[in-house]
Each structure stands twice: as structure tokens, then as C-alpha cells.
Design a protein around this ligand. Structure first.
Ligand code: BES
Ligand code: MN
Ligand code: ZN
Length: 487
């Protein structure tokens, strides 16, 4: 799909999107198109009110410029922002796919920046699971429009803004592609290959195999990986656009390519969703890809502990005691609490090897956070108020909202082991998002700002939504890129 910007898109486009505000006011493009008043008369006889994201498809009488018109509700004018523009792009794209057609003109009378965010929303809404998972196209398969022309007051500014956002879209789409991969096609090594295949954007990729993981003392990651025939990896992808003296942000992403629970086996229902248990790692990779593509003047490193949590002969057992990279020992009381194990090692390793100023980890970590926050907000844990503020603000700006949850030493008692320094899960299977966060905090090096994001509820959408279909959302890519100052 080719996206262009123009002051006045081709009026003869067979599909034309125009906008109306929630108070019933048409934007100038709609007013110009509807000189005879026929469209507004049709609106008066419909349920269309101009609320954000409402779309009314009209076949306009011959003589009017376009073949078909998509009337798009823009919502209330006062609070219009980039995130809304992106959502509107998603709504236009969903309606355009429904309507069919190869050429689409979008005339919502937006400024250049908003027009670029509209394009971002349109690209994201187009995402589909990898097509090669089917032998023939699905029956309801949609054809994306070949050409989209978006009206912008300043087309050059819109195009410049879109050149950056296009990279952001690529980062989100990469993350979704990875999350959509079934476990049989994406083990730790396959994920590492995807990192290596990042096109020449100037990133440095470094991969530790199972032997190197052992040599580096990453005993927790090694133990989680041992239950699988497919060995673990630790992948680091660095982008150093900020120069040698700029602080490094380490993005640590949980990369469990499939989580059976291990010997503490999960129940069968919904276990398939655990192919998405690497969504944190995918988000980090997508964010670094986006930042590198934009040539952002920042230093970031994605640190991705990758393993498959399986119950085969080499698997860790409940009661095992493991040596972590930080030197602390951990008693495994539940092998299904594997995410915090691999993250703990990766956080300590990143702290020791990369000298980061801050570490942000992101993980599909606990079912409890889904119960607590639902599917639209991710959990944020941090002791650093400035970092909290930065992440909360980034989340609101890009529509990937967070909710801060407590991080407290009150949970240490529940993490106390009879035999080792720590245990990995509280008593039995209790809701333990807060315990998991506190567990991780024990592995953060002193004087490093750290935040933990629990995205168990937001990595997969249960229904079609503004910026994508049901399935992988890519949650975290835009948030992390924004938190690193790029959007
Ligand atoms: N990957 C799961 C968490 C998860 C659950 C993600 C649902 C997405 C949707 C994690 O490894 C896990 O199994 N957590 C357990 C921890 C418990 C055993 C202490 C959980 O939350 O039930
Ligand atoms: Mn688990
Ligand atoms: Zn898991």
C-alpha cells in the first residue's frame, strides 16, 4: 500500500473519506463535497452523529465527485490529539477494507502531523497474521487499497512526519508478526534469527548461546531453557544513536517462546495463548527497530532472554535451587513462575555488562495483572517517580496506558525460602503480580533506575480494535519508543 500526502487529493478517487465533528459540523472538505446538501440530509436520517470513529458509508449520486463516500466521525474537536488521529486512521482503514476498492482519498482537513498519525493508524489496522500459515487465502481475506492519498494542509510536513512514523509502524508490525508465530515455528533460536535479520539499520546484534549463557553465570535462564529440546539464547540488540557519552537505556523483554508451565504444568484450556509469552521481547525488538529506523539520538539496548518453558527430562523441578547471574540463589517453588527467573538474570546481566542508566523490563508476567487491570492497561512498577512519570505520560500519549501498582518490601516475607536466598513464587498459586515485581527488584543493580511493565493483559486483543484485528497488539513498542524520547 502506497501512502501519499497532497493538499487536494484526486477528487475522482472511487472511495473518499470526509469528516464530521461530533457537534454536527462538517469539515471544509465535506462542506465542499456536499454543496447540494444531499449528504447532510442523509446523515440527518441516520444514526451517524460524528462521534469518534463512527463511519457511515454512502453511495453518492452520480454527478458528485467520488463514487462512494465514507463519512468519518471525528469526535469532539477540543481534545483532538495524535492518538485520536491514529485511531481515526484505523477506523477509516477498517471501513475502506469493508467497502473494497483500490484507491482511497482521505480528506479530514488535518494538519501535517495529524495526517501522518492518521497514516500510522491506517498501516497498523491493516496488519494480518503471517499469510503463509494458510495453504490458501481465508475466505474473508481483504485486499488492502493500492493507493492512499491523505489530504494535509502542509503535505511536505506530513510526509516528513510520516517518514519517521513509518519506522514506528514497522516496529509494531514486527512485534505483532513475532507474537503471531506459533511455538513450533518460533523457538529461542528462531527468535534470535529474526533479530539478526533486522535490515541494515545500524544496530549491533550479539547472541549468547546455551554454552555462553552457562559461562556468563545466567543459571536461571539456563534452568528454564533446559526442559526444552530447543536451547535458550540471550540476544542483545543495541542502537547507539546518542553517541558515546549518552546514557544507555536497557529494555529487557521476557522471551518465553512457549510457556507450558514446565513441571508445574498449566491446565490445557487457553494454553495456546502462551505462544504469546514472548510479547515483551518482541516489543523491545520492535522499539529498537523503530528507534534505529528513525535514527533517534538515543542509546538503547534490547536485552532478550529467550527460552521455551517445557516439561522434558532436563526440566527444572519444584524445589530445585538455582544460582543466578547476580550471585543470589533461588529456590524454584513453581516452575510456571519462569518469567521472573529469566528476567532476573537478564536484568542483572544487563546491569553488569551495559552500565545502563535505567532498565525498563516488559513482560507477559502474571495472570494476576489481567485480573487487576483488565485488557486495556498494563501494570507499572517502579520506585523511581521520575521514571514513573515519564512512562505514564508516554503511555497516555500513544494510547498504551499504564497503571502504577505498588512495589513493596512487604512481599519479601512471601518470597523467603527455607533453603535459598529467595523463592520464585509466593505460597502456592496466589495472584502475585506484586510478588513478581518485588522479586525482580532484588536483581536490579544499585543506583540504576528501574521500571517493570506487566503486559499479560494487553499483549493480545480479544476483539478487533481501533489499530488492529483480534490478536497480537504490539503493545509496548510505541510506549517504549516514546519513553526513549522518539515520538
Ligand atoms: N506467562 C504466564 C503469565 C500469563 C498468564 C501471561 C496469562 C498471559 C496470560 C506466567 O509465566 C505464569 O505462568 N504466571 C503464573 C505465576 C504463578 C505460577 C505464580 C500466573 O500468573 O498464574
Ligand atoms: Mn509461566
Ligand atoms: Zn510465562
Amino acid at each position: 500500500m502506497d501512502i501519499r500526502f497532497a493538499e487536494r487529493p484526486p477528487p475522482e478517487a472511487p472511495l473518499l473519506a470526509v469528516g464530521m465533528w461530533r457537534d454536527g459540523r462538517p469539515t471544509p472538505a465535506l462542506a465542499a463535497l456536499d454543496a447540494g446538501g444531499g449528504i447532510m440530509a442523509a446523515v440527518a436520517h441516520s444514526r451517524f452523529r460524528g462521534g469518534e470513529g463512527e463511519v457511515l458509508a454512502l453511495a453518492v449520486p452520480p454527478g458528485l465527485a467520488a463514487g462512494r463516500v465514507l463519512l468519518v466521525g471525528l469526535g469532539v474537536e477540543s481534545a483532538f490529539d495524535d492518538a485520536r488521529a491514529a485511531r481515526l486512521g484505523g477506523a477509516v482503514m477498517a471501513a475502506a477494507l469493508e467497502a473494497g476498492g483500490q484507491r482511497l482519498s482521505v480528506c479530514l482537513d488535518l494538519d501535517g502531523n495529524a495526517a501522518a498519525h492518521l497514516a500510522l493508524g491506517m498501516s497498523l489496522r491493516l496488519w494480518r497474521p503471517p499469510p503463509d500459515l494458510r495453504s490458501r487465502p481465508a475466505e474473508d481475506e481483504w485486499e488492502p487499497p493500492e493507493e492512499v492519498v491523505i489530504a494535509a494542509a502542509d503535505p511536505a510536513a506530513a510526509a516528513a512526519s510520516w517518514r519517521r512514523l513509518d519506522h514506528l509502524a514497522d516496529g509494531v508490525l514486527l512485534a505483532r508478526d513475532l507474537v503471531a508465530e506459533p511455538g513450533n515455528r518460533l523457538g529461542p533460536e528462531d527468535f534470535a534469527d529474526h533479530a539478526l535479520a533486522l535490515p541494515g539499520l545500524g544496530c549491533e546484534v550479539d547472541i549468547l548461546d546455551e554454552d555462553a549463557i552457562g559461562e556468563e553465570g545466567l543459571g536461571l535462564l539456563a534452568a528454564v531453557g533446559r526442559g526444552s529440546a530447543r536451547p535458550p539464547r540471550l540476544v542483545t540488540v543495541s542502537w547507539s544513536g546518542g553517541g558515546a557519552d549518552a546514557p544507555v537505556t536497557a529494555l529487557v523483554g521476557k522471551g518465553i517462546t512457549f510457556d507450558t508451565g514446565g513441571i508445574s504444568l498449566k491446565r490445557g484450556d487457553d494454553m495456546w495463548e502462551m505462544k504469546a509469552d514472548m510479547a515483551g521481547a518482541a516489543a523491545c525488538l520492535g522499539a529498537v527497530r523503530a528507534l534505529a529506523g528513525m535514527a533517534a539520538p538515543v542509546n538503547v539496548a534490547a536485552v532478550l532472554p529467550l527460552a521455551e518453558n517445557m516439561p522434558a527430562g532436563g526440566a527444572m523441578r519444584p524445589g530445585d535451587v538455582l544460582y543466578s547471574c547476580s550471585g543470589r540463589t533461588v529456590e524454584v517453588t513453581d516452575t510456571d513462575a519462569e518469567g521472573r527467573l529469566v528476567l532476573a538474570d537478564a536484568i542483572a546481566w544487563a546491569g553488569a555488562r551495559l552500565a545502563p542508566a535505567r532498565i525498563i523490563d516488559i513482560a507477559t508476567l502474571t495472570g494476576a495483572v489481567v485480573t487487576a487491570l483488565g485488557r486495556h492497561r498494563a501494570g507499572l512498577f517502579t520506585a523511581d517517580n521520575a521514571l514513573a512519570e515519564r512512562l505514564l505520560r508516554a503511555g497516555e500519549a500513544v494510547d498504551e496506558p499504564l497503571w502504577r501498582l505498588p512495589l513493596s518490601d512487604a512481599h519479601d516475607e512471601a518470597l523467603t525460602s527455607e533453603v535459598a536466598d529467595l523463592r520464585n513464587a509466593a505460597w502456592g498459586r496466589v495472584p502475585d503480580a506484586l510478588h513478581a515485581a518485588r522479586f525482580l527488584q532484588h536483581f536490579v543493580p544499585p543506583r540504576v533506575a528501574w521500571a517493570h511493565l506487566d503486559i499479560a493483559g494487553t499483549a493480545l486483543a480479544e476483539e478487533d480494535w481501533a489499530l488492529g484485528p483480534k490478536g497480537p497488539t504490539g503493545f509496548g513498542v510505541r510506549l517504549l519508543a516514546a519513553a526513549c524520547g522518539a515520538v
